[in-house]
Design a protein around this ligand. Structure first.
Ligand SMILES: Nc1ncnc2c1ncn2[C@@H]1O[C@H](COP(=O)(O)OP(=O)(O)OP(=O)(O)O)[C@@H](O)[C@H]1O
Length: 427
């Protein structure tokens, strides 16, 4: 996670290269730490772009404020080497930190000396934190060109890797800003598939933080499923492991438990309200390193809201809207599982489509990617549904039918239901 000092340096790096950024939002010198950075902001305000590059700025600064900034300070700013696309986010961080600091100080003074005057100061500090900061991320084509320029010379993050076929269709992996909805009929294995995706992601990417909101299964059930996947032991043996597991299997389980401990996976079986889900996601996403966070919600139709709407379609629309906005705001991917209505059972080929997403068309509208999971296999590239046989691995297709920034296509899996394990089938 970016620290405050880095955010300050990034803001200055951008302002020195693009002084016009000063005009898109107020930049107050008070928000910055230390006389050097504060005076540099004041000088940038006064010059309003009238300097010929960084060297000229340094010489004007040294003339006005001798010995306030060392060569090392300037080098630190230079080392930022960022694009200006995230300027508003860094400025906001610097501003918010200052406002919160003022609020803490005012609260401390009021607690020590609860006078009317100190109370007014506290109220005003609180008002300041709530005020619209006017910091907007207006992005011009020239800003976007900067970003593309940067990407032409630097390899950008591929996103979070999961199954190979899925990575290919997504043109990389799971990236920020993606709401990925997976719909399936009950018992096809969508909860199990979500756990498998997380498992893939934890094994193929370093230091990823994942939140799994499971609104229908307990943490214990999910943990047992994780152990079954990790050990390839029958899931039912974990119901009474002391009796049902052989001594060598217990050793296998213990080492699987150790491996799982290393993962930053948080299971939540007691959070049902949308605003609580959002609060948890916001806290963890901001604590995680950039590009290293994923939230999975199992499943949409069980999410509750504090202002329930009699019209469930409208309520579901507001939930998917909020989740979509959250992916953009925090620049994170969210995987949202969804039930399908029964119509799909009536169709001869039993291949689901967007019309089967229960409760609302907003699910398709708000999602960047919509995929369906169903029992089936590919024959000459075409999906064939089938009825799985007991005690045999099932054939399952993940069918991507909407993909805003990538290809449509299908990925085939073999699903060992007793181990809850999905293996990709390469055709
Ligand atoms: N020990 C086991 N042996 C055989 N099959 C099992 C075992 N444990 C789980 N399963 C099967 O694996 C599948 C797991 O489904 P999962 O709970 O992930 O489905 P889902 O699509 O999320 O459905 P729902 O919405 O009903 O929960 C189910 O079909 C279940 O019957």
């Amino acid at each position: 996670m970016l620290n405050l000092r880095e955010a300050e340096l990034h803001v200055l790096y951008c302002l020195i290269r693009k002084p016009k950024l000063m005009r898109i939002a107020n930049v107050d010198s008070k928000w910055f730490a230390g006389a050097g950075l504060q005076h540099l902001i004041e000088l940038l305000h006064r010059l309003d772009g009238a300097f010929a590059g960084e060297l000229d700025l340094i010489s004007q600064f040294n003339g006005a404020y001798p010995n306030e900034m060392t060569r090392q300070d300037w080098l630190e700013i230079d080392n930022s080497a960022v694009t200006t696309a995230d300027y508003s986010g860094w400025l906001k961080m610097v501003r918010d930190d200052y406002m919160n600091q003022q609020l803490r100080q005012a609260a401390f003074h009021y607690q020590q000396t609860p006078t009317r005057q100190n109370r007014a100061a506290l109220e005003s500090a609180l008002d300041n934190t709530k005020q619209d900061d006017g910091i907007r991320s207006d992005v011009s084509l020239s800003d976007l060109a900067d970003v593309m320029d940067y990407k032409l010379d630097h390899k950008v993050d591929d996103g979070l890797q999961t199954y190979t076929g899925l990575n290919d269709l997504m043109g990389g992996g799971l990236r920020g800003g993606i709401l990925f909805t997976i719909g399936a009929r009950p018992a096809v294995g969508k909860s199990a598939f979500a756990l498998n995706l997380i498992h893939q992601l934890e094994s193929k990417n370093k230091a990823v933080l994942v939140d799994l909101f499971s609104l229908e299964m307990t943490n214990n059930e999910n943990y047992q499923r994780l152990l079954a996947m990790e050990t390839t032991l029958d899931n039912s043996k974990f119901n009474n492991p002391s009796v049902q597991l052989a001594p060598n299997e217990k050793l296998t389980v213990k080492s699987a438990m150790e491996r799982l401990k290393a993962q930053q996976l948080y299971l939540h079986d007691n959070i049902f309200f949308l605003d609580e889900i959002i609060a948890k996601i916001s806290a963890h996403a901001q604590a995680a390193a950039k590009g290293k966070y994923l939230a999975v919600i199992d499943y949409l139709q069980l999410i509750k809201t504090k202002q329930p709407n009699e019209n469930r379609t409208l309520e579901i629309s507001s939930i998917t809207r909020e989740l979509k906005l959250l992916t953009n705001e925090l620049d994170i991917p969210i995987i949202l599982l969804s039930q399908l209505n029964r119509q799909v059972e009536m169709r001869p080929n039993k291949v689901p489509n967007s019309a089967d997403l229960r409760d609302s068309g907003s699910i398709e509208q708000d999602s960047n990617i919509v995929a369906f999971l169903y029992n089936g296999y590919l024959e000459c590239g075409q999906p064939k549904s089938y009825r799985p046989k007991p005690n045999e691995p099932r054939k399952v297709i993940l069918d991507i039918q909407k993909n805003r920034a990538g290809a449509l296509g299908r990925v085939s899996f073999s699903f060992a239901a007793n181990q809850l394990k999905f293996k990709e089938v390469f055709l």
